[in-house]
Design a protein. Sequence first.
Lengths: 305, 268
Amino acid sequence: MVLNPSGSQRAFASVPCRSGAGLKGSHVAEILETCPDIGFFEVHAENYMGAGGAPHRQLEAIRSAYPVSLHGVGLSIGAERPLDEAHLARLKALNEHYEPGLFSEHLAWSTHDMTYFNDLLPVPYSAETLARVCDHIDRVHEVIGRKMLLENPSTYVAFTQSTMSETAFLKEVVRRTGCGLLLDVNNVHVSCTNQQADPETYLDAFPLEAVGEIHLGGHAPDVDDAGRPLLIDAHDRAVDEAVWSLYEYTLGKTGPLPTLIEWDNNVPAWPVLLSEATAAERLLKKAGSGQMSSHHAGLEKRRAV
Amino acid sequence: MRSDPGRPDCSVLAAFAPALLDSALEVPQGVVGPDGQPAPKRFNVYRNNVVVSLVEAVMDSYPAIVKLLGEDYFKAAARLFVTQQPPQSPVLIWYGADFAGFLENFPPLEAYGYLPDVARLEWAWLEAYHAADAKILKPEHLAAVPEDQLADLTVTLHPACRWIRSDWPVFSLLSVNRFDGDEGVDLNEGQDVLVTRPDLDVEVRLMRPGCAVLLEGLAEGLSLVQAAERAAGSVPEHAFQFDKCLADLLTAGAFAEFDVLSRPEAGK
């Protein structure tokens, strides 16, 4: 399979092992005016599926100055039904038009029958869902013609139907499809808290060699039916201390990786978001000081294939 | 617990999905907390995410309706809309096209007959915002058309061009409730409104008498003269001012640019 058949005419095509920020329409003018020193921007693919107008003009301007990562939220890779071919075609068109350095989607479902639920819903970890998810990722690779990253979910419930752990499931998806992974460290903290698991043990079992990008974001605290802590993946505030620690723990194992700050609700002023990215960049530099990690050297090699 | 081989796990999603939008349905079997016990509050996080995010999506598209109804009332009405007519596409920018129809058939709002047309106008605004980019036809382009061809000329609408003909003062209602306009609103007045996007900014204009009929005719492929005749017949005598209407439409960017020489008429 050819991973990047078109090649790139633009400078800065690939996303560097630096920090980036989720692009918000309300920040674009200030970003273009101030040209902040930031590694990349990530956009939700579905926000750019209109035919034209301001969203595309803004993204064109951002793309000409920065590397971009394209993050889909609606493909519903975990769904029972076959992938939506029309949606896949839209994703392909965006990939071809903007030539993003990274392309990712979620281990989740968001459609059933004819309905789109606009949420990243959990899948049971069973042989049946594993086969389905792998079929769907194979189809993504076939249509889009480049390697995708699959993001680990934040979960609030478990399924009695599950027969394997999330990390074992992801490891097998990588083995069968050759996809990469997007490791959302906030999701690890949220899910492990909600599932009463140890996040470092989770990361120790995670197929870190396949990780091509990291996400960090804020979460909201709540409690469950029995009064136990229940964290909500709200992306509505700064990254939590516990998540920063877990990020450092991760970088200690992987070395520097492209790292995105997600802040999608109660979006702050641009300088606040930029300062979060700067905080991540400090930890990236710390992790990268000395030598380039063997992990990343390996990843670069695979990308070059 | 292991899955029952006779009951594939897809049945989990089949039970999970409808329960998201219908809180009267039970939390699906097999959905549990870390102790393996049923966890309705945890499941409700998903229910809440789905409904709240969809309500917000509708809210984003209809700011004037939000202002007219008040945020709390709007959210309650939109909650019904999203559970009755959830999206079918993951492209959420296109969700809520039928909200005007929902408002029209929502008995508690029967007395506010203007709401559906204001919603239609806001939807037209959104369609214009996301429409394909295209150059607009300017007066000088039209001036370049040989005079003997002008009467038979047909035009192509710009991809962003929309219009609403209403028995209600929808332009004034939109202006006051979305763009901080301060004009008076006379609920006995009907208004025709033009929505265009010559470049990136959506523009909304009040249309002169007959202008919407002219535009309708041109959209159907009538020539300038045919469309003008139809428009003149649609309003009281002498109320239709062709030159002013055409100038308004050109200024607004209602038509797509064309190359005079490449038009088939030019070769005739």
